[in-house]
Design a protein around this ligand. Structure first.
Ligand SMILES: [Zn+2]
Length: 219
């Protein structure tokens, strides 16, 4: 049985760095991917360099960039949930949970990918991960799919140990690079990938592995 993966992240570009190689690899192996992206990153600092967008047009550009990034990874089921950037933590929990629960019920995933709540640096990241965990907590353990979390906090390793899952994505760096490059208002791809050769040892060692922590539920 091939995987049905549900990705839940708050910002266009969260997927590109943390898990685009993993998604490309799973898709190559037959997985279906649905990406629920809570906001359009409309408060994003970047407007492109050289300038592409202004504050008013940024959400429009970021929407297109998100679609382009997903296509580069190899899927097109991206659901934009319409929350506002930098405000996810202030949304009523019941509301955000109900939105995520609806998508969960629709997709019936065999694997869920999100941020590790409390260890993902940005309040939107933590609030998104926390909502996913609340929704999954309500599902009987025997029916609950595994949840793999990405995390950026410096104390993540001290508090939760080494990531238990490492995915070798070195054969999928073309997709990863294209996914990052799609977010042209936010990133200068040339600064990250040097000469752009995804086969180079430097690029492979910098981008070739993606790490996840399996979330352990209390019940
Ligand atoms: Zn983010």
């Amino acid at each position: 049985m091939s995987e049905k993966i549900l990705v839940v992240l708050p910002h266009p570009d969260d997927e590109a760095f943390g898990l685009s190689g993993t998604l490309a690899k799973f898709i190559d192996e037959g997985a279906q991917v649905t990406y629920a992206c809570l906001t359009l990153g409309e408060m994003g600092r970047g407007l492109g360099n050289p300038l592409i967008a202004d504050r008013i047009s940024l959400p429009h550009y970021r929407k297109q960039e998100l679609i382009q990034a997903c296509n580069a990874i190899g899927f097109d089921d991206v659901r934009m949930l319409g929350f506002l950037d930098k405000t996810v933590e202030f949304e009523p929990k019941e509301y955000i949970d109900s939105v995520i629960r609806e998508i969960y019920n629709d997709v019936q995933p065999t694997l869920v990918l999100t941020f590790f709540p409390g260890f993902s640096v940005h309040p939107d990241h933590d609030a998104t991960g926390a909502s996913v965990i609340r929704v999954l907590e309500d599902i009987p353990a025997s029916e609950r799919p595994p949840v793999w979390c990405i995390a950026f906090a410096h104390d993540m390793y001290d508090m939760n140990g080494e990531p238990d899952i490492t995915v070798d994505v070195s054969s999928y760096l073309k997709q990863k690079k294209e996914a990052i490059a799609a977010h042209a208002t936010q990133f200068q791809i040339s600064e990250m990938f040097g000469n752009g050769d995804t086969e180079s040892p430097e690029v492979k060692s910098k981008f070739g592995k993606e790490h996840f922590w399996t979330y352990h539920f209390n019940k």
